[in-house]
Design a protein. Structure first.
Lengths: 283, 344, 329
């Protein structure tokens, strides 16, 4: 074997091992993050943590019950605001629509999807908090809902398009209207994929902090209804992590574990049992 | 059919969320502002809630700048600040804003110097030089000369200041502006200034955290944050030439030295009291204020606020010393009691 | 006064209750309208967003004009604001992030697309997608308590010792600063580089690879000289996408960057980014000019991410459509 050949073969082995190393590093990052959080956060998960309200500053024994409930309420609101618009908009793109309007809608969805979440927070502050003169769960849910719309919209369109023509034509042949056909044949056929998109979008906004800082604000107590400020997991993690109190740090780790668990579990379950989303969800 | 069921469940959840509104008679107030008094405020609001179960006062410590701004935007019911509102700011308010002093506290220079466990002495010149970025090492003569016998390392000084709009900053820069003409011209005083050097932390909490974690750091925080987090803090030389450590006595002395100056609207600066009557006074002390609108549209909220203010200047004062804040002087309390009537 | 669905006289379009009812029962137009309205709401929200950003930043734009982009001062006391330090910080941290994430991500993508058996490839991609789902504040948490001490005690002194002759690695080692923020960002954007690069690599037709191998190339040579060049436009697209993400990252950056609006050559120095200053100062900016200046920063960020995302999608679409003949959604 010539020297050149040996060189080429060694280079081959070397570079391919290098790429394997890159892949290993990337993948192991997730396990490291998860492991570290489980170690640090798991120590402080207690019944207290899940059921108590925060204690006065500097005192021990507080919990995050209101933050957990706050996050759940915000997600519910984000779903209520974002999913109908996204779903119906996706139906429009896939089933109706001509040339220019759909192009414009798709372009705008991509645009909105790429807007940094802090800018969306500013928008929600200007649109909801200032006129209402009130920080509120509604404002926070509105900000998160805006972030949900583009993902759900494009995802719905994508899965509706995948439904075979034969199904539609069969429905027409039986004499249904277009909307009946969409509602009773096409949507159910695409429902798995659509649900995937919705749940992944919600999991993504559950972890968003920036839009909530000036909309949902924060609350040391339970937040009744939708018109009062509310605590939420991401914001309380940020507040506690940047503070000096040891007790706060411990709670931040535990809350981080809860939040990460919520997000990852949703992602894993949805992707495993309902089939993966499109690459759109990753952006 | 399944979809209908899903929709029903969602509607139920939505209803639950909406219906969990305030029970009859419950009053929820939202407030925001200074981090300087956050430990005592969170204790007070908790205590008040224990004794007045239907009242919840949700206070978010976002910094004095935030408190002023949210108050002016009317997104909170009242604000809190350790830097009194300026005349321009007061002009922009839709209803006149009243300042109510709550406690006395102190800005202290806290530090994290490897190998140094004792209290360091700081002269005004040293502090100004450090924060101007001119004194860069811990063993600089300006610091060493005030601390004979202390072995100071040659480490770099890491200045820590606030990244958010802060009354604590106002107090500190107010003091520096009084003792250093160079500081006055380069940065001036305010809740947010153009810092020549340093790292920015958010809130007293963030600054304390940075000092804790950064060897060589020095920053200004309220006294209780240093105590609660076991951070060392130094003595400052006052106008009478004495190196004083901040504590209840020295802070109260500062208030006493300037009590004749208390104006009707309670906006007063008590930093760097003049030597004549201030031998035992700590030079970087300050009142902190609740910013209360003079007109409330909601009568229930107004009554709660007035009741809280009365409670705060009487019963509430009993809890402040445990957190190393000094009580309000008696003359101030008397004046405030009268001023509460101005809230309509 | 009834009209039939197939009537063609002017009376057809009578708006009598009966006629209206019949049309509603047909309802296709209603469905069309309702879904159109939903889609149009998206347009409305976006237009409103841009409008708000534009209008609320008017005061600052009028006062500073173009000099806003070249002014270093950020002085709330005197009312003098300039975006340069934040733009610098945003770009520097993103550059550091790309410097680390692109080789790592493209390398991993090559492995997954070319070398790994399909099952391994898809399960590792799955893990990478999970990494992309980790919230920003969690990265911030790990950054503050885990990465910053390591940077301060080990990494930065090491870099200073070995590469300290470069102006990039001078100055005291605080632990927080441009470098640390860049590293945290790198971990956050690697999954995006990886997944998009992998897809564009997979979209390169098989015959290209097989032709190279048939000519006697090693696997690596076939990859490096044939496949990657064919996909390189898409890989650039993934880089733009990752960059757009990095620019907008707020929480993780603000927790480790030092929050000091200064321009410095050293990566060890603390700095500030647009997103971080918005998070810290927005809720407390007193005075209309201050607020307006912050919103102008938000507008700048919006425009930057808009351009980058647009370019990214264009490049990715071009590559994958050319490669596989199927347009991705």
């Amino acid at each position: 074997m010539s020297a050149r050949m040996i060189w080429r073969k060694s280079l081959n082995l070397f570079m391919l091992s290098l790429t394997a190393l890159c892949a290993l590093l990337t993948v192991s990052a997730l396990f490291f993050i998860l492991g570290y959080l489980m170690y640090n956060g798991g120590k402080d998960l207690s019944w207290n943590f899940f059921t108590h309200l925060p204690a006065p500053v500097g005192e021990e024994g507080g919990g995050m019950a209101n933050a957990i409930v706050g996050t759940l309420k915000l997600m519910l609101l984000a779903a209520v605001i974002g999913v109908p618009i996204g779903l119906l908009g996706g139906v429009y793109l896939a089933e109706f629509g001509g040339k220019t309007m759909p192009f414009l809608i798709r372009y705008t969805a991509d645009l909105l999807n790429g807007v940094p979440s802090i800018v969306i927070g500013i928008f929600a502050y200007a649109l909801v908090v200032m006129p209402m003169h009130h920080f509120s769960t509604l404002a926070g849910g509105f900000a998160l809902g805006i972030m949900v719309i583009p993902t759900v919209l494009r995802n719905t369109e994508s899965f509706l398009r995948d439904v075979p023509r034969a199904l539609r034509e069969g429905s027409f042949a039986l004499g249904t209207n277009k909307w009946r056909m969409i509602a009773t044949v096409v949507l159910p056929a695409a429902s798995r994929g659509i649900l995937t998109g919705v749940l992944l979008a919600l999991a993504r906004v559950a972890g968003e902090t920036a839009p909530l800082i000036f909309t949902a604000f924060g609350n040391r107590y339970w937040s009744p209804g939708w018109m009062q400020p509310t605590s939420s997991l991401p914001v309380i993690i940020y507040t506690y992590a940047t503070g000096p109190y040891e007790d706060w740090h411990r709670q931040a780790w535990a809350a981080g574990l809860v939040l990460l668990g919520l997000v990852l579990l949703t992602n894993i379950l949805v992707r495993t049992f309902l089939g993966g989303g499109t690459s759109y969800e990753r952006s | 059919m399944r979809n209908v069921r899903v929709l029903c469940v969602l509607a139920l959840l939505l209803a639950i969320g909406t219906v969990s509104v305030l029970a009859a008679g419950q009053v929820l107030l939202n407030a925001a502002g200074a981090t300087f008094p956050y430990p005592i405020y969170s204790k007070w609001f908790d205590q008040y809630h224990q004794t007045h179960g239907n009242v919840q006062i949700n206070y978010q410590s976002i910094g004095s700048g935030g408190g002023i701004r949210q108050l002016l935007d009317k997104t909170v019911d009242f604000g809190a600040s350790d830097g009194p509102m300026s005349d321009e700011q007061l002009k922009t308010a839709s209803v006149p804003i009243l300042h109510f002093p709550t406690v006395l506290g102190a800005d202290i220079p806290s530090y994290n110097v490897p190998g140094v466990q004792t209290d360091l002495n700081f002269t005004p010149e040293a502090l100004a030089g450090i924060f101007l970025g001119k004194i860069t090492k811990w063993n600089d003569p300006a610091i060493a000369s005030a601390n004979p016998g202390v072995k100071l390392p040659g480490d770099d000084i890491v200045v820590v200041h606030r990244s958010d709009g802060s009354g604590t900053t106002y107090i500190w820069t107010d003091y520096l502006s009084k003792v250093s003409p160079e500081w006055q011209s380069k940065a001036g005083k305010g809740t947010s200034v153009n810092w020549p050097v340093g790292l920015g932390g958010k809130g007293n909490e963030g600054v304390s955290s940075l000092i804790q974690q950064t060897p060589g750091a020095i920053g200004y925080i309220e006294l209780i944050f240093a105590i609660q987090n076991k951070l060392p803090y130094g003595k400052v030389k006052n106008a009478a030439g004495v190196f004083i450590k901040a504590d209840l006595a020295s802070v109260s002395a500062a208030a006493a030295a300037t009590s004749k100056m208390m104006p009707e609207d309670f906006r007063v600066s008590i930093t760097n009291p003049p030597a004549a009557n201030a031998k035992a006074a700590y030079p970087i002390a300050s009142f902190t204020w609740l910013l209360i609108p003079s007109k409330f549209t909601d009568a229930t909220k107004r009554d709660v606020v007035k009741d809280f203010l009365k409670w705060m200047i009487t019963d509430g004062q009993n809890s402040v010393e445990a957190l190393s804040y000094a009580k309000l002087p008696k003359e101030v309390v008397a004046k405030e009691m009268k001023a509460i009537a101005l809230v309509q | 006064m009834a009209t039939t669905p197939n009537a063609t006289t002017p009376a057809d379009f009578a708006w009598s209750p009966r006629a209206l009812l019949r049309r509603i029962q047909d309802a296709d137009e209603i469905a069309h309208l309702v879904t159109l309205i939903a889609a149009a709401t998206l347009l409305l929200i976006t237009v409103l967003l841009v409008y708000q950003l534009w209008v609320l930043s008017a005061e600052a734009r009028a006062k500073f004009g173009w000099s806003f982009f070249v002014t270093q001062t950020w002085d709330p006391v005197s009312g003098d604001f300039g975006a340069l330090t934040f733009i610098y910080g945003t770009l520097v941290t993103s550059a550091v992030a790309l410097f680390i994430a692109v080789p790592l991500g493209v390398g991993a993508a090559i492995f997954l697309a070319e070398l790994a058996p399909p099952k391994l490839s898809s399960s590792l991609t799955f893990v990478s997608d999970l990494l992309a789902a980790v919230p920003s504040v969690i990265y911030g948490l790990l950054g503050v308590f885990l990465l910053v001490p390591i940077m301060r005690t080990s990494v930065q002194p090491f870099l200073k010792h070995t590469l300290g002759f470069l102006p990039l690695f001078r100055g005291p080692a605080y632990g927080i600063g441009f470098l640390t923020a860049g590293i945290v960002l790198a971990i956050m954007i690697v999954p995006f580089v990886l997944s998009v690069s992998r897809e564009v690599l997979l979209a390169v037709p098989r015959d290209q690879r097989e032709a190279a191998l048939a000519l006697g190339a090693t696997k690596w040579e076939s990859t490096a000289k044939v496949v990657v060049p064919a996909a390189r436009i898409g890989i650039f697209g993934s880089v733009f996408l990752a960059l757009a993400r990095a620019l907008g990252e707020t929480m993780a950056v603000t927790m480790v960057i030092g929050n000091n609006p200064k321009i410095a050559a050293s990566l060890f120095s603390p700095g500030y980014s647009i997103a971080a200053v918005l998070a810290n100062e927005f809720s407390e900016a007193t005075g209309n000019l201050y607020l307006s200046a912050l919103i102008e920063l938000g507008l700048v960020l919006f425009i930057l991410t808009f351009i980058l995302n647009g370019l990214a999608r264009l490049l990715i679409v071009v590559t994958t459509s050319r490669g596989s003949g199927v347009l991705p959604t």
